[in-house]
Design a protein around this ligand. Sequence first.
Ligand code: GLA
Length: 670
Amino acid sequence: MTIWYGGDYNPEQWPREVWPDDVRLMNRAGVNLATVGVFSWAKLEPRPGEYDFDWLDDVLDGLHAGGVRVDLATATASPPPWLAAQHPETLPVTEDGVRLSTGSRQQYCPSSPVYRERARRLVERLVERYAEHPALELWHVNNEYGCHVSHCYCEVSAAAFRTWLEAKYGSIEELNRVWGTAFWSQRYDSFAEIEPPRTAPSFPNPTQLLDFDRFSSDELLACYRAEVEVIRAASDVRITTNFMGFFKPVDYWKWAQHVDIVSDDTYPDPADPVSSAYAAMVRDLMRSLGGGAPWLLMEQSPSAVNWREQNAAKSPGQMRAWSYQAVARGADGVLFFQWRQSQAGSEKFHSGMVPHGGTDTRVWREIEQLGTELRDLSGGEGTASLSGSRVPAHVAIALDWESWWAIEQPASPTSVSYLETLFAWHRAFTALGLVVDFVRADGDLSTYRVVVAPAHLVATDAQLENLAGFAEAGGTLVVGFGTAITDEHLHVRLGGYLGERLRQTLGVWIEEFAPPAAPDLRARGGGTPPPVPLTGDIFGGDATGSVWAESVRVEHAETLATFTGGALAGWPAVTRRAAGAGHAWYVATLPEPAALGRLVSRVVEEAGVEVPAAVANAGDVEAVRRGEFVIAINHGRQTAVLRLEGTDVLTGAPASGLELPPQGVAIVRS
Ligand code: GLA
């Protein structure tokens, strides 16, 4: 089966004479998929209702003649300036009331009926013209929904928000109840009085904020689905839109049901030492969103990006290593932004597969090498089963966008980064060599041995029933701090935080929060809260926690670690209880990485999850099983010696004793 290789191809930025050269070079580099037309609306429809497809015909025909398949974009990601000139109300507005202008990209209000109608007409024309084109492999709807404008606060959005609320609540009384508007004189007399949560004198209503997050994600999804409907009516070709890893504004669990293949854009920062670990988590999410099915790395950079404060180039071999990381964690394609590095425009300093310097460059050589390898892997004897194959996981982390939105709202017990909390848990498992899936708390958990629910603040009864039921049916449930404090309306579950259902399963309840805090943090504008001291055999002795701490009241559980300092001295920090046929753990803080690592080792050991034997003599080797292969990648700075049995299909060399240099990769059939 094919491993897709290629990238965003923007031929409209170049004279026609360059196009044949593009196809020639694509062939040289093993490119088999080009994403075309992402930002072409202004060229495809230079004036309202006047379309020009001739140039795109030539591009697609040229690619087809060269054997390159096409991921055809619907071009709706950036409307031409004429749309705003004719309909200024299509421009989005920020929460401070600033109307965003043309001259950049993505300047549309997602709720705008005018934008949606114009986008629909364009998609109809594209589908009419290209649905039967022989080069067509995939439809690429829009681009990175919400990347720049995820929430719009204009009058059009306000009206759409009211309609959404009315459909959800039915009556203003019900909205008042759910939003808790008895507080601060917020009672509404009619839906007409409701505004989006624009900048206000003090804390906005939390449920209003949460509903606006839900609404905003839904509005973008409605834009996507409207385009899908047009395409589906005339074409059976698969449809995708590119996700952006852990992108807070958009609830990808809802979206994933509507794509035929999950695709993702990931730009790890080469200057950040945790990038490989973080990227591993992103790839695990992409696989999980598709229920374990292969996904596409739709965009990454060949080397540097241009949108950070400081834009480090990828080190030699790093692009290849990170590409194989995606493949190891389930990707069936490795694509880039973009094919030819731009000569003009705001991305001219963003690397491209064909760099400004041409083909006698490091970047090009690495692009060519990887493309050649992937081509051989796709067709190579005995290796065809890599693409299409699955990545088994016995451990899962519950991920919940609503909890993410809510736990980071203002007026909370302390500032928690939801993502950093998830990342801490994910790293603890991956450090043991375990692959982690992400799951919905109310999804099917039956294939896992261990499920962790960290900071799952907003929990429905159904989610709690599912989590508790997982433990009682024989699984090991680990609940982290900040979980199940409220229901889906952000109403606190009374009678002890955690709520009744988890209280029964975990055998504990939470009396009070006591997060670590720096003195006068707000008044002095910052400071690092001191760590909370802990002790317990589970940590191998003394340790520290951060971010959160609380008074845990134990009813029927064993205390495995305690807080040892301050007001919480002597209170439980980690508990465990035999619950039905399984076990339920509670962790009341975020233990430092080494301590969390020890805790996680115990959890998986007790749960009977087999920890893979070390594959190398160095700690920075990531090794992931996919199908019949183990893909080993050295992210460290020292050469590692592999201890795997089998053959490296990249070189044909025996894997045992194989030296893997920094950024080295081996694909071992074992
Ligand atoms: C995103 C966009 C691309 C490009 C890259 C640059 O992923 O989809 O159009 O702007 O960022 O990194």
